[in-house]
Write a protein that binds this ligand. Structure first.
Ligand SMILES: Nc1nc2c(c(=O)[nH]1)N[C@H]1C(S)=C(S)[C@@H](COP(=O)(O)O)O[C@H]1N2
Ligand SMILES: [Mo]
Length: 344
């Protein structure tokens, strides 16, 4: 029998495969939630911080998957270069499905990482491509698991030789540790108490990040600015004179960062009521210039047209003169520079 390095043993591959399967499963489900929330699938307004948690899990399970996928490939790599490359039709199908799985999985992890860094060095629209390929990964993964169940079963039986067991364990431990370190060093983007140890976390200096500045969005507030809401118009002074509510709510960006802040302003329910609300901004043609606020959100007492952030008047970059802030909603739908709220 040919010698096999412990890392290349089927037992190691199966275990790492199981971890990777769990990470991908979590990533897929939370990604599906995020897609649904942005495409008018039913989604509740409470608990207020739920989306922050699901999107945090999405980004961190993706981060954990990177070292897990690399370790998994390392553990099977002698097989990837097997000769002859194709033995028969079932073998060709199996290898083909693995090729699709690996390519699609890499595509998801790499595009996800670039998106988190707000870097888009490709011609396609990230959300559509990332969403479509997620289904390819999931489909190919289910086929792969179904095909491999007998191998997985056999390989998870205890090994007999003590030395092999120890070196396999060492490889598994290193893999788990690497995945853990990857998560802990980035989790500060969304988990406040990890901010200090998250040396690789992007956007974790404690201040509320700005995703699109007023300048980038080409927003200029005209001197005669008025809010149109429910068939009436309001000046900023009139909005300030209305009953004010203060809430603590996060911005949970789809790109992975999230951060709590204290918002003060007028309840949306005091301005419009009786249906889903279209929120329009001063922005002329950005992708996120407007959003739809489903009725359950519009009548929630936590949903505000905010005029103040952390006790100060909103800065231009955070949405002056007023911006939407609602519970349990992705950052991309928390429209800044609002000009009108109209019932659809
Ligand atoms: N009009 C408008 N509103 C917008 C955006 C935008 O591009 N245009 N970006 C959104 C995104 S992606 C996020 S994460 C939040 C960020 O809010 P902040 O910049 O105040 O932190 O604003 C949202 N509101
Ligand atoms: Mo965002």
């Amino acid at each position: 029998m040919r010698f096999r390095a412990p890392a290349h043993h089927a037992g190691v591959t199966s275990r790492i495969g199981t971890w990777l399967g769990i990470a991908f499963g979590l990533c897929f489900l939370t990604g599906l939630i995020s897609h649904g929330v942005q495409h008018d699938w039913p989604w509740p307004a409470r608990p207020a911080g739920l989306y922050r948690v699901t999107q945090g899990v999405h980004v961190l399970s993706g981060v954990a998957s990177i070292p897990l996928l690399l370790a998994k490939l390392w553990s099977v790599y002698p097989k990837l270069f097997e000769r002859p490359p194709v033995r028969n039709v079932p073998h060709a199908l199996e290898r083909g499905s693995i090729l699709v799985l690996v390519a699609a999985a890499f595509f998801e992890l790499v595009t996800g990482l670039f998106n988190a860094a707000q870097n888009y060095p490709w011609p396609f629209y990230f959300p559509t491509a990332h969403y479509a390929v997620a289904w390819i990964v999931t489909g190919a993964l289910l086929v792969h698991i179904a095909v491999k169940i007998p191998v997985i079963r056999r390989s998870l039986e205890p090994a007999s030789d003590e030395r092999t067991i120890l070196s396999r364990r060492a490889f598994l431990r290193t893999t788990a540790l690497t995945a853990g370190v990857a998560v802990v060093t980035t989790a500060g983007v969304t988990v406040p108490w990890l901010r200090k140890v998250s040396v690789l976390a992007w956007r974790s200096d404690g201040a509320l990040p700005v995703n699109r500045t007023a300048k980038a969005a080409n927003v200029v507030v005209p001197p005669d600015w008025r809010l149109k809401a429910g068939g009436k118009t309001y000046s900023l002074a009139e909005l300030r004179a209305m009953p004010q509510t203060t809430v603590e709510l996060p911005i949970a960006c789809v790109e992975g960062w999230s951060q709590n802040a204290t918002w003060t302003g007028v309840r949306v329910a005091d301005l419009v009521s009786g249906g889903d609300v279209r929120v329009e901004s001063l922005e002329k043609d950005g992708l996120y210039r407007a959003s739809t606020l489903p009725e359950v959100f519009a009548r929630d007492p936590l949903t505000l047209l905010a005029l103040r952030l952390d006790g100060e008047e909103l800065s231009p970059d955070h949405g002056y003169p007023c911006r939407l802030i609602a519970p349990n909603r992705p950052g991309v739908l928390q429209t800044k520079w609002v000009t009108s709220l109209e019932i659809l």
